[in-house]
Design a protein around this ligand. Structure first.
Ligand code: NAD
Ligand code: LMR
Length: 324
């Protein structure tokens, strides 16, 4: 039997966590042989609801769950955490852009970055889901000076998975037939889902689909998918976001099958200068992610990669006072 790992989830009484916590508890994230201790964080007014979630988790009698901690204190919920999934934040409503949440949510991530810095495992892997995810991840990492910035990541996997299925459906194949999908930049309407390196069943995607569909249908559909879900459901994506968070953490911990997209600290690769959390194509192996280098970037791609970079720099400028 492996030693249990500690997994902190914030916003644990919210709609994403209502799927996420149960799937993690059942072993979907780290495998059916990995015992877990769940450390659930909520704000004080939501503690009754959180206790209800804990009751339900207990009622599942999950074989892998060794303990459940429920708290409104980040220093308790993050104590010795090996993984932290920062979900707790306000979601947007119809007509809002994710960056409209910056002011409401930014303070959460500076406080939680500090708490992670103080009490989490020195090897903690952090995934920020709460929007605007990239800039919140930047805020958290800047407030955790004793941890490596690379331990903080932002969720782009939902965009990546959305892009896989859009392309698979268009080409009459399955999402598992698609390889080397890349989503660059920000988890926002400026993100750039890029088919230039993508293959379906071994064939270049751009030879299978019309250019017009790529530019005028595929890219905007993936960019606007979150808003389309809010319009249809009356609430933002939840189960698909939880599933993407599990994919992100599982691949980071256990290795990816080829290229995946992760929001990580920009390091100058592809001309994206440091100071923002930018989504790159990465491969995960041995518990680490590495940027896939030396992919050709044409003018069409460069223009879109720069637009989403510029938006992240504007978001950064708006929260400069929280960056420590
Ligand atoms: P929700 O409102 O259902 O749940 C959020 C929960 O967070 C609430 O229970 C709230 O009490 C809690 N919370 C608020 N402040 C907190 C704090 N300081 N500490 C701990 N918990 C706190 O929202 P949701 O639908 O679960 O979405 C959560 C966030 O995830 C939103 O910001 C949403 O926009 C974002 N999101 C991101 C992605 C992505 O791809 N990155 C996808 C979907 C949703
Ligand atoms: C999503 O992409 O579904 C989430 O970020 C929620 C949103 O506000 O779009």
């Amino acid at each position: 039997m492996k030693d249990p790992v500690r997994i902190a989830i914030t916003g644990a009484a919210g709609q994403i966590s209502y799927s996420l916590a149960f799937r993690i508890a059942s072993g979907d994230m780290l495998g059916k042989d990995q015992p877990v201790i769940l450390q659930l964080l909520e704000i004080t007014p939501a503690m009754d609801a959180l206790n209800g979630v804990v009751m339900e988790l207990n009622d599942c009698a999950f074989p892998l769950v060794q303990d459940i901690v429920a708290s409104d204190d980040p220093n308790v919920a993050f104590k010795d955490a090996d993984f932290a999934l920062l979900v707790g934040a306000r979601p947007r409503g119809p007509g809002m852009e994710r960056k409209d949440l910056l002011e409401a949510n930014a303070a959460i991530f500076s406080a939680q970055g500090k708490a992670l810095n103080d009490v989490a495992s020195r090897d903690v892997r952090v995934l920020v889901v709460g929007n605007p995810a990239n800039t919140n991840a930047l805020i958290a990492s800047c407030n955790a000076p004793d941890l490596d910035a690379g331990q903080f990541t932002a969720m782009m996997r939902l965009d990546h998975n959305r892009a896989l299925t859009q392309l698979a459906q268009k080409s009459g194949k399955h999402s598992t037939d698609v390889e080397s999908m890349i989503v660059w930049g920000n988890h926002s309407a400026t993100q750039y889902p890029d088919l230039a390196h993508c293959k379906v069943d071994g064939k270049p995607a751009l030879e299978l689909v019309e250019r017009d569909w790529y530019e005028n249908d595929f890219i905007p559909t993936v960019q606007q998918r979150g808003a389309a879900i809010i319009k249809a459901r009356g609430a933002s994506s939840a189960a698909s976001a939880a599933s993407a968070a599990i994919d992100h953490m599982r691949d980071w911990a256990l290795g990816s099958d080829g290229i995946v997209s992760m929001g990580i600290p920009a390091d100058g690769s592809y001309g994206i200068e440091p100071g923002i959390m930018y989504s790159y194509p990465v491969v995960c192996k041995d518990g680490k992610y590495e940027i896939v280098q030396d992919l050709a970037v044409d003018d069409f791609s460069r223009e879109r990669m720069t637009a989403t970079e510029n938006e992240l720099r504007e978001e950064r400028a708006a929260v400069e006072h929280l960056l420590g």
